[in-house]
Design a protein around this ligand. Sequence first.
Ligand SMILES: [Fe+2]
Length: 284
Amino acid sequence: MPPPHSLFSLGIFSDVQYADRENLGKCRYRQSLRYLGEAIECFNRHDLLAVVNLGDIVDSNQEAHLDAVLDVLSICVHPFVHILGNHDLAGPLGRQELASRFGITNIAGERLRQDGWRVIAVDSTEVSVACSDLLGIQAKCDLAQLRRQRDPSAQCWNGRAGDSQMLQLERQLVDADACGESALILNHMVANPHSGSPRHQCWNHSDLRQMLVCHPSAVAHFNGHDHDGGFATDPLSGIHYLTLPAICDSGEKLGAHAIAHFSRNSITIEGWGRISSRVLHCRN
Ligand SMILES: [Fe+2]
């Protein structure tokens, strides 16, 4: 149930990672389609502004995998906000083709603006080793440097937002500050080593955190990528970092989806399955 004074609500899930393949570790690749269906049916019973997919909806972008998840998504009565993850970009389709399949017109940047809130997407797959162009060369240089620095994020499954994207993010936050708005950042990768595995952080995690601290509008950062999930509040800034557990790692009967209810001064997370319910108070 939405709390009193709720302005609007968003459904959220992450890391469906559907594939027609045998289970590996805790990943139940085939069953994840059923967990996704249960999440969508739950979302359809609620009044939502949109449903957020925090990335890695497929294990790789084979046509059959995409068709299967799009078929399940088609029963949703709400619009989607899709964020790209590293697994989404594994396979034959490039970034723009994939974005087109999911109806994404702007992969990074402002995705929603409602009742004093601004929802901004960060694309941490923009500079990654999956890129085949100059950004891919840049990614290999970044990765080598991070390995020399022994940064735990120096993993081939991570990446970062490019320089111009970071500038665009800063402009969005400056504008949100000036408008007296609150901002929620959506990202696929972890940005705080206490809210998820440091090995699943985006490569520019430190720069991103420092940018958010400088902007009073920045309230929270939601991501997936680390299948175990996690949560931390930065003790100095009060910014909340929430890593949603992966749907594909759900047990036989548990799911992993949530509804976030937005009020003027807080976000209330209503969780199902492995996601804990909690209230995130705004820092300002
Ligand atoms: Fe991922």
